[in-house]
Design a protein around this ligand. Structure first.
Ligand code: F6R
Length: 610
């Protein structure tokens, strides 16, 4: 949510900052801007809409410097226009700031600053940062001290980068609650919201923690806490390359990421089977294994697609490991004073590892003494670092705003965790072995589903302009139905709802008529016959039924209008397969409607504000 990038070094930075912004565009894309120190002045350029608009504006401008900051915005305070776009400057144009986060006490601060004569230009919360820093500089502070004092004044979250005309060889960056990393190059540094803006130039990075600030010149850096205490930090190495964040010939990241799933699922399992013991070996959980063995209850907390994974996790942990499990929206959990015992395990599921609500849920669980675990994709992210232990997805960067490969990798890791917990309790080795075999088969089965592309495209063509969709499933397929509906609504803007199939008759059935497409996930499991009855109920009301069914199921083709077959697997692994055609259906409909699937309106990849 908002991307920031800053450069200080020997090179001209315009191209580097613009490239960085493009890589961060998935974090927010309603406006963007860039500011540089040039000949004792701050020069600034902003544009509404995509970064390409800013690029066009800059094309013929005499605009470059070896120190600059840039920003791509996802609006929180103030509509997306040029004035509200970052960077923001103070009244005298001495200081420029880019900010990701929310300054909660900005209204009071703004009032005070206005009384002191500051003239505000924008409706944003972020502008107070520029005025506060400039005020402290006017009072005689150096840039670092001015930023530190500003941090003392503000409440809320921030990742920020600051430049000032008085300090042409200095940049200060600070963080609290919003991610910030620093890439270390040869006599140059790049500050960014995430590693994608840096990886082209260096693999050496430093993660800033909350309440830390870094002061950079082109040769050196110093990190301090808000209390002015020096901090020594280790340098981490990024273990993925540029190829992972490029489209590799696909028209969209989303399609590339859908087609990457055989590989990403394989990567989530790689080296994690113990064939001798018929269990999973999750290295990241080793150090907490004893505590985990004794856990009386698991609470899973997450948002959005990751919350759908959590629902499947609940079924898995209760089904395979017999551990009572609850699922909570992180945004609710953090504010409702939940009862958490010390022998509880609180599991956070998050692709980005930066979602503000999930992070707050983690901190609340920690405060109450529970064991905290994370299933996370982004290595080194805040949630990965702050939880007691965890498991990485190894899915590689997910750039498409709609989550696809992270979802199936989360389900894979949850299945491994349930297998491990099950084997710790009362699951037989034979069942463990059966699960391992089925998991190993998944990547090949997904390849087979890709062959059903044609029928999915046909369905997409027929329903491109549908107003509504219903997605229904039962058991493990209910969360998959929710996920199918979310994918469709977020990228094609068609209203879609997911329901447990049997709940349909308690209300949604009223919506069914001949123009209502209803997607049933109706695979052959213990409640297959019940789902068939639900299909009959829809057909009796002239609804159009699209069924996701198990290969070889002849019966369903007489009931449904269209059938997409998926290979057979164990019931709790079905969502990993059934969601694939649903992702593709959403993708093809959105493309036919001309929607921007990688950057759907109003959304951002990593929701770092609450
Ligand atoms: C939907 C989607 C979002 C995220 C949610 C949580 O396609 O991507 O619903 O799943 O914002 O994000 P993470 O998993 O990064 O915590």
């Amino acid at each position: 949510m908002c991307g920031i990038v800053g450069y200080i070094g020997k090179k001209n930075s315009k191209c580097l900052l613009m490239e960085g912004l493009k890589r961060l565009e998935y974090r927010g894309y309603d406006s963007s801007g860039i500011a540089m120190l040039n000949d004792g002045h701050i020069i600034c350029c902003k544009a509404v809409g995509k970064i390409s608009n800013l690029e066009s504006k800059l094309q013929n401008a005499d605009f470059d410097s070896n120190i600059g900051i840039a920003h791509t915005r996802w609006a929180t305070h103030g509509e997306p226009n040029e004035v509200n776009a970052h960077p923001h400057t103070d009244s005298k144009n001495q200081v420029a700031v880019v900010h990701n986060g929310i300054i909660e006490n900005y209204a009071e601060l703004k009032k005070d600053l206005q009384k002191k004569g500051c003239v505000f230009k924008s409706a944003t919360d972020s502008e107070v940062l520029a005025h506060l820093i400039a005020m402290f500089i006017d009072e005689g502070c150096g840039l670092e001290e001015a930023v530190r004092r500003t941090m003392e004044q503000i409440e809320g979250t921030y990742g920020m980068a600051v430049i000032c005309v008085k300090y042409p060889n200095k940049m200060v960056a600070a963080r609290n609650g919003s991610p910030l990393i620093v890439g270390l190059g040869d006599d140059e540094f790049i500050v960014a919201s995430d590693a994608s803006a840096v990886v082209e130039h260096t693999r050496q990075i430093i993660y800033l923690n909350d309440h830390e600030l870094i002061t950079l010149n082109s040769q050196d850096y110093i990190i301090k806490t808000i209390q002015d205490i020096h901090v020594h930090k280790s340098v981490d190495n990024i273990d993925w390359d540029l190829g992972k964040i490029e489209k590799a010939g696909y028209p969209h990241f989303m399609l590339k990421e859908i087609f990457e799933q055989p590989e990403s699922i394989h990567n989530a399992m790689r080296g994690r089977f113990d064939d001798e013991e018929c269990t999973a070996h999750l290295g990241g959980l080793q150090k907490v294994k004893d505590r985990l063995r004794k856990t009386k209850r698991i609470i899973i907390s997450a948002c959005g697609t990751s919350w759908h994974s959590a629902l499947i996790g609940e079924y898995l942990f209760e089904d395979l490991a017999q551990i009572p499990t609850e699922v909570e929206y992180a945004s609710e959990f953090r504010y409702r004073n939940p009862i958490i015992y010390e022998d509880d395990t609180v599991l956070l599921i998050t692709q980005s590892g930066e979602t503000a609500d999930t992070l707050a849920a983690l901190r609340e669980a920690k405060r109450k003494g529970a064991l905290t675990l994370a299933i996370c994709n982004v290595v080194g992210s805040t949630i990965a670092r702050e939880s007691d232990a965890g498991v990485y997805l190894h899915a590689g960067p997910e750039i498409g705003v709609a989550s696809t490969k992270a979802f199936t990798s989360q389900l894979t890791v949850l299945s491994l965790a349930a297998l491990m917990l099950g084997r710790m309790h009362n699951m037989s080795p034979v069942q463990g072995e059966r699960i391992i075999t089925a998991l190993r088969n998944l990547p090949f089965q997904i390849e087979q589903i890709f062959k059903a592309d044609k029928i999915i495209k046909e369905i997409a063509e027929r329903f491109t302009y549908a107003q509504n969709f219903l997605y229904l499933g039962r058991g493990y397929n209910f969360p998959a139905a929710l996920e199918g509906a979310l994918k469709l609504k977020e990228i094609s803007y068609i209203h879609a709802e997911g329901y447990p199939a049997a709940e349909m008759k308690h209300g949604p059935i009223a919506l069914i008529n001949e123009s209502m497409p209803v997607v049933f996930i109706a695979t052959q499991d213990a409640i297959y016959d019940k789902v068939i009855s639900n299909i009959e109920e829809v057909k009796a009301r002239k609804g159009y039924v699209i069924a996701i069914a198990t290969e070889g199921d002849e019966k369903i083709s007489q009931k449904a209008d269209k059938v997409i077959y998926i290979p057979d697997t164990l019931p709790f692994l079905v969502p990993i397969l059934s969601v694939i055609p649903l992702q593709l259906l959403a993708y093809y409909i959105a493309i036919l409607k001309g929607c921007n699937v990688d950057q759907p309106r109003n959304l951002a990849k990593s929701v770092t504000v609450e």
